[in-house]
Ligand binder design. Structure first.
Ligand SMILES: [Zn+2]
Length: 85
């Protein structure tokens, strides 16, 4: 069975198309992680940047933000730093 277009996903950070089947994304097999706000990311840099970009557009934030909110920072650290799996 061929992979349908709609099953493809791209990294929220760098827009690189993910390899593999959609259902496998985010389970560490290919190094993909799920971003705090949803979507797949291929690296810690992309994870951080995509969360920060989104937060900058939220009420109470601005594009001067340089750090993640506490919740997405926690999620980011779980993804890349405190990964005990
Ligand atoms: Zn990426």
């Amino acid at each position: 069975m061929r992979t349908n277009e709609r099953d493809r996903a791209s990294c929220r950070g760098c827009r690189k198309e993910m390899q593999g089947e959609a259902y496998m994304y985010g389970n560490n097999r290919n190094g993909h992680k799920v971003n705090h706000y949803g979507g797949y990311v291929c690296s810690s840099k992309c994870d951080f940047n995509s969360s920060l970009d989104l937060e900058r557009s939220m009420p109470g934030h601005s594009d001067r933000d340089r750090r993640l909110s506490c919740f997405s920072q926690e999620s980011f650290e779980r993804n890349w730093i405190n990964d005990h799996q």
